[in-house]
Each structure stands twice: as structure tokens, then as C-alpha cells.
Ligand binder design. Sequence first.
Ligand code: EPZ
Length: 422
Amino acid sequence: MDQIIVTGNGPLSGDIAIAGAKNACLTLMPATLLSDAPLTLTNAPRLSDIKTMTELLRSLGAEVTSLQDGKVLAMSSHALNGARADYDIVRKMRASILVLGPLLARLGQAVVSLPGGCAIGARPVDLHLKALEVMGAELELVDGYVHARAPGGLKGGVVEFPFASVGATENALMAATLARGTTVLKGAAREPEIVDLAVCLRRMGARIEGEGTDTLTIEGVERLDGATHPVVTDRIELGTYMLAPAICGGEVELVGGRMELVAAFAAKLDEAGVSVTRTDRGLRVRRRGDHIRAVNVTTEPFPGFPTDLQAQMMALLCTAEGVSVLEENIFENRFMHAPELLRMGARIDVQGGTARVTGVPRLKGAPVMATDLRASVSLILAGLAAEGVTRVSRVYHLDRGYENVVEKLAGVGAQIERIKAQ
Ligand code: EPZ
């Protein structure tokens, strides 16, 4: 397996271009199943998760053509040949469950493998299923597969989410666009990726109101047209690279970055002693002075501090002056980066969903292992500021969510390389 070698190399400077959002693209791609007309996505990220979703859509009979080195995805599902999403694809990527709502809405039936858990938690999909049942779906669990039927099509209803689930909101939103009558999603998630999906669906002819708030109202339509839609900027990639000059010193401009996508995160960085300023190309990030101040972090649904930036923020706080407390409220097992950071000399005490981080003057490079997508990049950030060499293994996790991470960081002066597996 490939490894990434990072050597602490002092302050960074230059530009990093931010790609389209993985978590927007993974819900925009299944939207093609809702229409027999072509849907084209531009500004698509080049990631292994996108390849997995492509494989899944093709297995259902959709055409997906990757153009311009993967930045454009031209899709069409005018001739679906089935509605079965097999376990061997779904287990590779939980977002595969997002084909369930569109298939049910378009074909009136679907057989989709339950995704199973992953490293960061059990990650059930009960809220996805309950929402579809409110819209009239009949569901049966057989051998780990959801067998869904909607004879006569889905009908509008009022869905009340007990908490803001991103995926459940996306599945229900897509299904509701073709349901007969009005659907109201209460307690909906407000993430920018959901706003982006709503904008794309509206371009396809859907009638949606309220995206970005906790209540979405959808008037079902007979059919949806095609569209061309640019994938929104990836706020998690953006936040990840904002941490590079924060942890190393120096100044980096994140081209394409938008403050409104990372407002809570930027405010927390400012509290820690890092300046984030708008430029006409994106965001400029610079650490004020030589040290980071300890801060407390609590992860919340958008617009709160994103859980997907918690691991990366912990790497920064390992080098802060003072004690920081991080509360992980979204997933039950999202501190697996902590034992690896301890190997680098960090001082972290994890108790359930709370991690107390006591900053140390300097981390020390060490061989470490990536355990999940965001944990892997937090180890790279730690390696950028550590004394000596950090060797990160199992970097296939990284490839799921970060395109060209070595090139992007090397481009601003980091000493980083990727060693191909022997
Ligand atoms: C999306 O996952 C993202 N993935 C995750 O990003 C992100 O961490 C998460 O939202 C929260 O922001 C994609 O968009 C592809 P949830 P999702 O439904 O939709 C529980 C990354 O690193 N839950 O908001 O699965 C669930 O177990 C990934 O890019 C239920 O209990 O997140 C979790 O504890 C990781 N029942 C919490 O809710 C359900 O039916 C939040 O899950 C659904 C979720």
C-alpha cells in the first residue's frame, strides 16, 4: 500500500485551489436517476468515492461519462435496467444509500443493500427509511437488503426528523420531487451540500422551498428535465487546507474558498490566533504570532463546527498553548486519530465523546496509520509541523476525499511525497 512521507519544513506560502465538494457530488450524482433527460455536473472532484458512485450508477443502467479529466460528469438514466444496488458496492461507500429515494420515486421500486457501519460509527439509515415510509413506501428488510415498493408512486407527507441527518434529508428531498402532492421535511439538515442539491433539482424543474433552513417544502411534479450544474466548493477540503498555514506558520491563499461555507470554523481559528480574510479569489489564512491558543470545540450540524473538521482541528490543537476540549457530538467513534497523534508526542485524553488536548511545544515525526478519511489528513497536518519525518500508511483512505493532496501541499512549500507500494 502507498505511503505518504512528510517532513516538518517550516512556514508555508502560496496558493491552493479548492475542488468541488465530495459530499455534494455524492448526492448530485444519484439525482440523475430522477429523470430520463441528461444531467451534467461540472467542477466535479476527482476522487475514488466518485468512481465508486459512477460504478453504482452504471450497474443500474445509467450512463456516466467522465470528461475533462474527471471534472465533468455527463450522466443519463433514460434506460435504467434495474433497481438493485448490490452489497459489494454499497459496503465500499455508505453514500450509495442515496440511490434509494430516487429509484423509488422514478421506478416505484428498489432493492438497496443496507450500507452497514464504518470506522467512525454504526451509521444506521433508519431516518432515511422512516421518511420514505411517510411518503407511502412499503419497505421490507430481507438478507441485509431494503426491498422498497411504492405501487402507484410516492405521495406527499409531513416528515419530522428527530435530528438533522444530512443523508436522510437528501434521500427524502430527492424522493419528494416526484411524489404526488406536497411534502414537508421538518428538522431537515441545513448543510451547503443540501442547498446545492436543491438548486440542482430546481434547475431540473423541481419545486422546492426552504433549502438552508430546517424546513423544506416540496411540490411534487410529473417528471424532471435535464440540467447542467456546477458542484459547490468543498468546505471540508477548504477547512483542511486552512489548517496548513495555521499549524506551520506562513500565509496561504485558498482559491475558490468562500467564507460562508466555513464561518463557524473560521471564527474558531480566529479565537486560536489565526487570521482568515476574504480576497477576490477566495480566502487568505495567516497565523498571527508564533503560537496557537488553546480553544474548545463542539461539533454540531451546519452552521455549527463541522464534525468532518474535528480530526484536523485536533492536530492543530496538539501544538497549542494550553488545554483544549473537543466534544464530538455527531459520531460515536471519531477519535481514532488520537492514538496515532499520541505516537507523535501529543498529549490527548479521550473519555467517550470528549477529548482533552494539552498542547506541546513540538510534535515529533513517527510512522502512523490512517484509519478513516479525515483522520488520515489530520496526521498529514501534524506531520507538516512535526520535527523530523512522519510516514503515513493506508493512504487509500485519503484518496476517497482529497485529490492531489501531495501536489497541493508541496505547491506551498511542504516537504511531502508519496511512495508507491512495492
Ligand atoms: C454525511 O454523512 C457526510 N457524508 C459525512 O461526511 C458527514 O460527517 C455527515 O453527513 C455529518 O455532517 C456524505 O455526505 C456522503 P448524518 P451522513 O445522516 O449523511 C446518525 C466525510 O468524512 N444517523 O447527518 O451519513 C448517524 O449515525 C463523511 O466526508 C442515524 O442515527 O450523516 C450519525 O451519528 C463522514 N440514523 C448522525 O446521525 C439515520 O438514519 C449524523 O449522520 C441517519 C443518521
